[in-house]
Ligand binder design. Sequence first.
Ligand code: PLP
Ligand code: COI
Length: 353
Amino acid sequence: MEIKITKTTNPGVMPPESQLGFGKVFTDHMFVMDWDSVNGWHDARIVPFGRIDLHPASTVLHYGAEIFEGLKAYRRADGGVQLFRPMENIRRMNNSAERMCLPLLDEQDAFQALTEFVKLEEKWVPKSFGTSLYLRPFMYGDDEVLGVHAVHRATFMIIASPSGSYYAEGINPVKIMIESEDVRTVRGGTGYAKCGGNYAASTRAGERAALKGYSQVLWLDGVERKYVEEVGAMNVMFKIDGEVVTPKLTGSILPGITRKSCIEVLKNLGYTVSERLLSVEELVSAMESGKLEEAWGCGTAAVVSPIGKLAYAGKEYEVNGGKIGEVTQKLYDVLTGIQWGKLPDDYGWVYKL
Ligand code: PLP
Ligand code: COI
């Protein structure tokens, strides 16, 4: 695929790395590619970062035809830059596209787009451990008619943001509220797809939880409101009586790439990992009996994030004395070690640019 590059005449400067936060600063350029049902994908280009032009009837604005991905470019100690399991994101994006009737990407073209874009924006990959260049590929339908149907026009873009930690707490334990009113998605819905609508539906509960001092909510399944699913921007894992338990992928949970990687690392470290249904009653009883030893979330933005407090039905439970647990710490060390190139990548997960 040929990518036309138009460089900015007004390059920006990286803010101090300690002040990056998450997703607030953007790089100099963006990748754009158009699709229509007659010509397929065409006009792959990298252009100066800027606003986009949308017709007021555009499908994305009315019917939410939008999907996205999140992955990171990491700076190794030797100065080089690497991606973590990028093909997994491209494949998941195509699964999301299929669910939302958006056009599929050619995997190799998407990979080329990602790698050429990151190479051009290399100076924006921060250097401090824990920081990275967060990459946000996304696609939206932009038919200029109001009828509801599969789109005939779409745009694929990649933007990038040098970022620090997602939670203000960093690696310190977060407080999570188990949500029993709103639901995020249901089986048969769009939970397994990474589409904007899932996040729009999640916002109200997240805001209510934030008012009470919680970082995010832990969703229960949308049918029975009985089984634990995932947190707003991460999958969850619990160590209960020696066993690591994580909700199995039932269709309403995002199949996290970090989740999948954590499961492999944990099994390799000799832990028993069980992907199964976990009811909120079982979780509460484990908290009450002291059998819940550790809890953490995992995701690209959140990395491995210890959960120090869980609230449910008006009660608050402390996990592991509100401190990061041994398995959580080990997992964090191994995963971030591979991602930032401090540990050998025995799994073949990193792609060096
Ligand atoms: N669950 C949700 C709802 C998410 O937004 C994310 C973040 O992408 C995850 C889980 C974790 O997925 P991954 O590890 O692929 O980033
Ligand atoms: C990610 O971890 O990449 C996410 O997409 C989380 C996000 C919604 C901020």
